[in-house]
Write a protein of this length. Structure first.
Length: 131
């Protein structure tokens, strides 16, 4: 919350990550209301749902409605791949680059950047840019 107060006026897009849980959706709705005065008029606030399982409610549309914010992306559960990557101490993009989780991350990165990123190099480019 403090970061949004300090830098929010300069942010074009604020991405709130949460699990599709009712309590997190309610907290996000309240948090987004407190953020709004600190954001620029052209700023967008969107949701990133992490751990989505299509057969288990709530659906992304229900979370969006409950939060009053649009969903920009949904990341699948993928616990086995995530656990393996954590135990190896490596990012999932290096351990399982073609998993559904990594493909969704690539799609999210492409959406945020505004261009289609090549599947094989987007993670390497992102890592180089962060150093």
């Amino acid at each position: 919350p403090e970061l949004v107060r300090t830098l929010g006026i300069h942010a074009r897009h604020v991405l709130r990550a949460l699990h599709p849980l009712v309590d997190q959706a309610q907290a996000t709705r309240d948090l987004a209301g407190r953020w709004q005065p600190h954001l620029g008029r052209d700023s967008k606030v969107s949701l990133l749902l992490d751990g989505v399982e299509s057969s288990v409610p709530p659906a992304p549309e229900e979370v969006a409605q409950g939060c009053g914010l649009p969903v920009l992306g949904c990341l699948p559960m993928e616990w086995a791949h995530r656990l393996e990557a954590k135990n190896l101490g490596l990012p999932m993009q290096e351990v399982h680059p073609h998993s559904p989780y990594c493909r969704q991350m690539q799609q999210l990165a492409s959406t945020l950047v505004g261009v289609e990123l090549p599947a094989e190099t987007w993670w390497k480019r992102l890592r180089v840019a962060s150093w």
